[in-house]
Design a protein around this ligand. Structure first.
Ligand code: ZN
Length: 229
C-alpha cells in the first residue's frame, strides 16, 4: 500500500470505529490504523479488517452481544435456553423462575421475593450449570421443587433443598404467623396474601386480605386514622 493509499481511510468510520491515525505496517505487511471507538477506547486494526467488516468496535460490541445473549436466556427468549430434545428443561425453568421472582420487578411474584429482599446467590444467578450441578448432587428429580429452609433467606446452596409439595405446605403452615415488619400487617403463606389488622381496645379487628403489601399497609393506615384519631 502506498502512502497516498494509506491516507485513503483516514477519518473513515467502520461500525463504531473512526480511523484517526496511520500507525505503519504490521509483521504481515498490512497497513495498521489507530481507531477511536464510540465507547472511547482506542484500537489498532489493519485496514483490511476494517474494509472487510471484521473489525467494527474495540471489542465492546461483542461484549454487549454476549451480555445480550445471557440476558435473553435468563429473562426472555427461552427457545435459546438450555434445551433437552428441543424443549426447555424443567430444571432450567425452575432456575429461570427463581431468578425472575427475585430480580425482575415486573414479575407478578416479585413482591414476595425480590421485593422482600430475597436474592439468588451470584454463583447460581450467573451460571445455570452451577445451579444444575448442585441440584443433581442434592437429589433433584422431576417430582421435587426447590424450597428455602429459612423462608426469609436467599436462594443459595446452604439455604435450599429439594422437597415435595407436601413438606413445603407443612413448612408454610408453621410459619404462617410470621410478620412482615410492618405493624398490623401479616403475610399469609398459605394464600400468598397480606392481611391487615388493628387492635382496638385490646381486640383484634381484621381489615381484609390483600394481594400486595402496599394495599395492606394502606388499609391499616386508613384504619389508624379512623380509630385512633
Ligand atoms: Zn468500544
Amino acid at each position: 500500500m502506498s502512502g497516498s493509499n494509506a491516507k485513503n481511510i483516514l477519518g473513515n468510520k467502520y461500525g463504531r470505529l473512526t480511523v484517526i491515525e496511520y500507525v505503519g505496517r504490521g509483521d504481515d505487511g498490512r497497513a495498521l490504523w489507530k481507531c477511536k471507538c464510540e465507547c472511547g477506547n482506542y484500537k489498532v486494526v489493519s485496514g483490511d479488517a476494517l474494509r472487510q467488516g471484521h473489525s467494527k468496535s474495540c471489542g465492546c460490541l461483542q461484549k454487549e452481544n454476549r451480555q445480550m445473549i445471557i440476558y435473553r436466556n435468563r429473562y426472555g427468549n427461552l427457545k435459546h435456553a438450555q434445551t433437552s430434545g428441543g424443549k426447555t428443561t424443567r430444571i432450567y425453568r425452575i432456575w429461570d423462575a427463581m431468578i425472575q421472582r427475585c430480580c425482575n420487578p415486573k414479575h407478578d411474584k416479585f413482591y414476595r421475593y425480590g421485593g422482600r429482599g430475597i436474592n439468588v446467590c451470584a454463583e447460581w444467578k450467573n451460571n445455570f450449570e452451577e445451579f444444575y450441578s448442585w441440584a443433581k448432587r442434592k437429589g433433584y428429580d422431576e417430582t421435587l421443587t426447590i424450597d428455602r429452609i429459612n423462608n426469609d433467606g436467599n436462594y443459595e446452596p446452604g439455604n435450599c433443598r429439594w422437597t415435595n409439595m407436601t413438606i413445603q405446605g407443612l413448612n408454610r403452615g408453621l410459619q404462617s404467623n410470621n410478620t412482615t415488619g410492618h405493624k398490623g400487617v401479616s403475610y399469609l403463606k398459605k394464600t400468598g396474601k397480606y392481611r391487615a389488622y388493628i387492635k382496638i381496645h385490646g381486640k383484634q379487628v381484621w381489615l381484609g386480605a390483600y394481594d400486595t403489601i402496599e394495599e395492606a399497609i394502606r388499609a391499616r393506615k386508613k384504619a389508624e386514622q379512623k380509630y385512633m384519631n
